[in-house]
Design a protein around this ligand. Structure first.
Ligand code: TXA
Ligand code: MG
Length: 339
């Protein structure tokens, strides 16, 4: 059920914590399905409710800079600078974890993803919980993330959902791994693009003359959550890499490709149409910030329409860094792609 902003959250949070029930918190990116990092029963329920495989680690949410010390011993001026500039905000830092953090949260990795969300209600709920909160996006595994309380309720009507309004950013945080190299310099890996861009991170770090480099390749085992399909709405999306492709001309290939495509990839069910007779083109703002904010609610809304498939055409103005995260999400949300 949805808890309105006028209700006192403290007794509700206390009840959830006492009964090891995960609850849903708003953040500036997407809503999260949260539980104390010290309650393994509740953490297991997050995986169970989401139908999420245990190989995909959870991000831990904190409400103060000091909280991070419960999670990692990592210490460097570069890390301190990024946390100071971007927290609270949509940046998750992946750092060596403290022993105390359960392998269930980190999927057995020796690192933990940490983020301080920039949302007043999220910060209050974390601090009322008296513990950092592990929270993946509050959607079923592989499906579209929710950016308002009503969308969460569709999948999880039995949970307490704290309503913090529509998410201002609308797509998940940038995930950045920081690692010390033997020569003492630091290596950064962008594990997931997000609202905070690589160039913004570079700008801050260069200004402060840090000794760092970007990893050439992302090592698969460092980012187990990186799977091919994700964020899928109820209707299949066809991703056209260029605005010059005419959907009518490739219609027969689409029908055939759906027949031949696998049912699941990496455990995610590929969304397929029951029949293919009609399509609707997805429409987004030409401003990347607005388009990202509306992305998931647009996918959900368009899925309710009468047509069999949704079509997204990548526009030439989208070939900039500002569109990277938006395109990454839409590409993974698509069942088929044509270039
Ligand atoms: O904006 C966000 O990050 C939202 C809100 C709720 O904070 N959370 C979110 O969580 O998107 P989730 O679970 O849907 O995505 C977390 C991503 C996954 O791809 C996971 O693999 C990666 O972060 N991740 C978490 N911990 C990691 C770690 N220790 N090493 C590498 N990747 C990690
Ligand atoms: Mg997610």
């Amino acid at each position: 059920m949805i808890i309105s902003q006028s209700q006192n959250p403290v007794p509700i949070i206390n009840n959830c914590i006492e009964s090891s029930q995960p609850f849903v918190i708003p953040t500036e990116t997407v809503y999260g399905l949260a539980a104390s990092i010290y309650d393994m029963t509740a953490i297991k329920r997050i995986f169970e409710y989401k139908k999420r495989p245990f190989f995909d680690p959870l991000i831990v949410h904190i409400s103060s800079h000091n909280n991070a010390k419960q999670l990692t011993d990592y210490n460097s001026p570069l890390y301190t600078k990024l946390a100071e500039v971007f927290w609270p905000g949509p940046l998750t830092l992946v750092l060596p974890k403290k022993q105390i953090i359960s392998d269930l949260i980190t999927s057995g990795l020796d690192t933990v993803g940490i983020r301080m969300p920039n949302h007043p209600m999220a910060l209050k709920l974390i601090s009322f919980s008296n513990a950092p909160l592990a929270a993946p996006s509050a959607n079923l595994f592989g499906q579209t993330s929710p950016t308002n309380a009503i969308d969460v309720e569709v999948d999880f009507p039995f949970l307490h959902i704290f309503d913090g309004g529509s998410c201002n950013i609308g797509i998940e945080s940038t995930v950045l791994r920081i690692q010390k190299l033997p020569d003492g310099s630091e290596e950064l890996s962008l594990l997931r693009p997000g609202f905070i861009k690589k160039s913004e991170i570079d700008q801050i770090l260069k200004k402060n003359h840090f000794n760092y480099s970007w990893a050439k390749n992302i090592i698969k085992s460092h980012s187990p959550g990186h799977i091919k399909h994700h964020y899928m709405p109820k209707k299949p999306i066809i991703f056209l890499e260029s605005e010059n492709i005419e959907i009518k001309k490739i219609w027969d290939s689409i029908v055939k490709d759906f027949e031949n495509s696998p049912e699941t990839v990496d455990g995610v069910t590929i969304v397929k149409p029951q029949k293919i007779t009609s399509y609707q083109e997805l429409i987004f703002s030409d401003d990347p910030i607005l388009a990202s904010r509306e992305l998931y609610s647009t996918l959900r809304d368009f899925s309710k329409g009468p047509d069999d498939i949704l079509v997204f055409k990548k526009r030439s103005y989208m070939n900039t860094e500002a569109w990277e995260a938006f395109l990454e999400r839409l590409s993974k949300a698509s069942s088929l792609k044509y270039s």
